[in-house]
Structure formats: structure tokens, C-alpha cells
Write a protein that binds this ligand. Structure first.
Ligand code: SF4
Ligand code: SF4
Length: 279
């Protein structure tokens, strides 16, 4: 029938046009491939052993309330005796862990993923920015009425790449939970440049008033806070992590957060380019 043949024609034209679509840009982002493990519980040590045996680099620190008492002899695991990890910031591929060393000095370590032992889970501060209060991260799995948790994996938290060695409420031995957390860290660790997924948000630095709402609202921790030369803060979206959910757009009081993909002119231009290439 006419309707079927028109529909087929529409599909064929769409497929021809899709073949001409440009690949999405790859945002420049430096990744770190070391896992920081904080705590010396059975599960945390098991995570360290699992990752080390897989050939992945591990830094092992004590938790905020208990300096690391001993160094396990696992391959690829660098244990910092007497150290206490105090706070951390960042997200998958790009964490910074602030550690008080045995001699009392402060050091900042970079890590691609972080696994928290039980004590560290309760005591460590996740600081999105030095001028902002600590951010509470959620570690419950998705449940009715619980918002902003973009995963359903035991051991994951609301911060991508921040994992728990021994997630509460999981009926398994510490050994199994620790092994699972190690495998999870190896899985989430980026292996190369990430692709922009499209429909990402960008923030207009000139409109941003640095209120920090979007930093706390983003369920994927894609927004970080920066300080300009005048000392005021502004938000920046990491295109590799943004999933385009729009939470930051709706919460921004100054319309600084928006998506260029929502811009009508941009969309019209894109459609013109695609149709010109496909015709
Ligand atoms: S659109 Fe969603 S994922 Fe992207 S920065 Fe905003 S809140 Fe985060
Ligand atoms: S919510 Fe808007 S004004 Fe506030 S920091 Fe984010 S982009 Fe800037």
C-alpha cells in the first residue's frame, strides 16, 4: 500500500542520513588508573589483593580514625604504613585523596577509583570543593522514593568510581564482598578516552554565580567547581561524565547551565547539514 511504501522510503532515507552523522567529540580528560583503598578490614584487604593479582596498581591507606597498622604482602599493592586518609574529591578516573602520613605531613594522591572499608565509609569526608561543605554520598541501592541514584549495583555509591568494600545489607562473606568490590573497581576504571554521549550540558562562566547547586544536584558527579582569577567560584561540566539528565538546568537560578543541543539554531543547523549530506 501507499502508506507502507512511504514508511519504507522514510526508513531508507533515515538510514542513509545516519551513515553521514559525525562522530561525537572526545573530550580531553586525563585519567588515573590506580585504585586507592582506604581501610584494613578483611573486605578492604581482599579488594586490594584481588586488584593486585589482576596486575592493577593499588594504594592502601588507613581510615580516618585508624592509621594503617601493617602492610600486606600482595603484588602491586603499595601500603602506606601509619597513614590516615582524611578526605577525597573527584569522580571516576580523577579522584584526589588527602592523606595524613605517618610523619604528620599531608599528601594528596590521585586515583582512578576509590574503595572504602567499613570505617572509612562512615568517617571519610567527600569534599566537592574546599569552599563547599562535605557532600553526603548514598550507598543504598535503588528503592522506591529514593531519588538520584543512577545505578543498581551492590557496592557502588552515588559517586561514580567510589565503591564500598563491604556494602551493608548484602548477605555474603567479607571475603566475597571484598573480591566483588575489587572486580567492580577494575570494571569501572576507564581504559581510554571517553566519548561525549551527546545532549550534554555546558555552563556559561559569565552567567554562573557560583552557588554550587548544580554540583550537589548532579547524580553523575559530572559538575566540578573551579575558582577564577578573581577568586570567585564557577561550575564546569565534564562532558565525558554528563548524561544529559537536565537536573542542573532545572536547578540553576541564573540560566547558566544549558545544553547547546537544546538550542533551536543549533538543531536547525545540524538538520540542514545532515540533510545536505544525505541528499
Ligand atoms: S545534565 Fe545531568 S548529568 Fe549532565 S551535568 Fe547536568 S545534572 Fe549532571
Ligand atoms: S547552579 Fe547555575 S549559578 Fe549555580 S553554580 Fe551551577 S551553573 Fe553556576
Amino acid at each position: 500500500s501507499l502508506a507502507v511504501s512511504r514508511f519504507k522510503g522514510l526508513l531508507q532515507r533515515s538510514i542513509r542520513r545516519a551513515a553521514h552523522l559525525k562522530s561525537l567529540p572526545t573530550p580531553a580528560r586525563q585519567y588515573n588508573f590506580t585504585t586507592a583503598i582506604i581501610g584494613e578490614s578483611e573486605a578492604a584487604l581482599r579488594s586490594a589483593q584481588t586488584l593486585g593479582q589482576m596486575g592493577m596498581e593499588v594504594f592502601l591507606f588507613g581510615s580516618p580514625d585508624r592509621p594503617l597498622p601493617s602492610a600486606p604482602d600482595y603484588p602491586n599493592v603499595h601500603a602506606f604504613l601509619g597513614s590516615c586518609a582524611r578526605s577525597l574529591k573527584g569522580t571516576v578516573g580523577d579522584f584526589r585523596v588527602v592523606v595524613i602520613m605517618e610523619d604528620g605531613t599531608h599528601q594528596v594522591f590521585s586515583a582512578g577509583a576509590v574503595i572504602l572499608g567499613d570505617s572509612a565509609r562512615r568517617n571519610i569526608a567527600y569534599m566537592p570543593h574546599p569552599d563547599m561543605p562535605p557532600h553526603e554520598f548514598t550507598h543504598s541501592m535503588q528503592a522506591k522514593g529514593l531519588r538520584g541514584i543512577p545505578f543498581f549495583v551492590p557496592g557502588a555509591t552515588s559517586i561514580p568510581g567510589l565503591l564500598l568494600a563491604s556494602p551493608p545489607g548484602i548477605n555474603a562473606s567479607e571475603r566475597i564482598k571484598g573480591t566483588a568490590a575489587g572486580i567492580l573497581a577494575a570494571t569501572v576504571m576507564p581504559r581510554g578516552p571517553r566519548q561525549n554521549k551527546g545532549y550534554t550540558v555546558s555552563i556559561n562562566e559569565n552567567l554562573c554565580r557560583g552557588c554550587g547547586r548544580c554540583v550537589n544536584a548532579c547524580p553523575y558527579r559530572a559538575v566540578s567547581f573551579h575558582t577564577n582569577t578573581l577568586g570567585s567560584g564557577y561550575a564546569v561540566v565534564d562532558e565525558a561524565l554528563c548524561k544529559g539528565c537536565g537536573d542542573c538546568i532545572s536547578i540553576c537560578p541564573s540560566n547558566a547551565a544549558d545544553s547547546p543541543y537544546r538550542d533551536r539554531l543549533f538543531l536547525e543547523q545540524m538538520i540542514e547539514e545532515v540533510t545536505a549530506q544525505g541528499s
